[in-house]
Design a protein. Structure first.
Length: 338
């Protein structure tokens, strides 16, 4: 999928889609549509296949755009980088996205029974964790993905879990002090965290899926291709060996004050999280599974970016991965087990 030059809503690109199959097994993408000025909406498009491979899309308009005050700021507005998980227990599609609000990106959630009608559940909130001596609500946060079924929380109770990426550097807000880190964390590079929502509370009221606690660090950058930061990409997929999560790693150089970073390189790898403890990494990529190589991945609004956000399992055990290319277009890759 590439931007349609006749559509103002796509002037700065189409990228970073969520995906889901409806009750009729049709596959839909929910791409981020970016208008001039970095104004982002979430669109909807049906995937068209040729000989079993994704080949094109049929545009179906805008799913929703920034309407709430917490999705808008003084410069622009945005509902950005959606990921979608179907929770069988609830019979609902859950969409996590970045609301680009007054203080930067913040995680928000929406729910739908049919991929047509979306109800905002609101911004995610994070309970104070005494052991961390930090309030995660005070920091920008993004790259949120939900597990598709109950897991076990650190307190032993059944819970729904969400991976996310808080960011400690507030210099873009004009705060020049050293980042204030949670207790026990001595690395200020953004990494992947997990938080939990009580399954009992969520079953009673799906809005409880915006209230998280028991926050745990999952992974920080380890390898050269992840030197600046990492973040969750695709929603977790259960495998025999653990929960498979494709993630992005960023290397290069950050330019202070820039929204669209011109000197970074985004690659994609994989994490395998333990089935009995989703905060524990069983294995991870030492080198990228996917890196920017083609012209479409190297040239665009932000060059040298592959950014996986959606995964569609196939009957033969492989999966199709949908990803942003240079913050300008959407590609597909086939992931095969070996």
């Amino acid at each position: 999928m590439e931007a349609d030059p006749d559509l103002e809503a796509e002037a700065w690109g189409v990228l970073n889609p969520g995906s889901a199959r409806d009750r009729d097994d049709e596959l839909y993408l929910f791409p981020r549509l970016v208008a001039e000025g970095n104004y982002s909406r979430i669109g909807k498009a049906r995937v068209l296949f040729h000989n079993g491979d994704p080949a094109a899309v049929e545009r179906l308009g805008v799913a929703f755009g920034p309407e709430e005050s917490w999705e808008r700021n003084a410069r622009t507005a945005g509902t950005e980088d959606p990921r979608i998980t179907f929770l069988h227990e609830l019979g609902l599609y859950l969409l996590t996205y970045s609301a680009y609000g007054p203080l930067g990106p913040r995680i928000a959630l929406a729910a739908s029974p049919d991929l047509e009608r979306w109800e905002r559940l609101g911004p995610a909130s994070f309970a104070y964790e005494p052991s961390l001596r930090a309030d995660l609500n005070l920091y920008p946060n993004k790259d949120a993905v939900l597990f598709p079924e109950r897991v076990t929380a650190p307190n032993g109770a059944p819970a729904f879990a969400m991976l996310h990426r808080p960011m400690w550097d507030l210099s873009w807000l004009g705060v020049r002090a050293e980042p204030s880190l949670p207790t026990g964390l001595d690395d200020d590079r953004p990494g992947i965290w997990v938080s939990f929502a009580s399954a009992e509370a969520v079953v009673r009221d799906v809005r409880a899926l915006t209230r998280f606690d028991q926050h745990r660090l999952v992974a920080l950058p380890e390898h050269e291709w992840e030197a600046l930061k990492i973040g969750a990409g695709t929603p977790p997929l259960r495998t025999q060996g653990g929960w498979l999560v494709l993630h992005h790693g960023v290397s290069g150089r950050l330019v202070p004050g820039e929204d669209l970073q011109p000197a970074v390189n985004y690659s994609a790898g994989a994490l395998l999280l333990a089935l009995d403890d989703v905060s524990r990494v069983v294995a991870r990529s030492t080198t990228p599974l996917l890196a920017p190589e083609t012209r479409q991945e190297r040239e665009g609004i932000v060059p040298n970016v592959v950014f996986p956000t959606a995964i569609d399992p196939r009957p033969d055990g492989s999966a199709d991965v949908y990803y942003g290319m240079a913050d300008s277009r959407i590609g597909a890759a086939r992931l095969r087990p070996i």
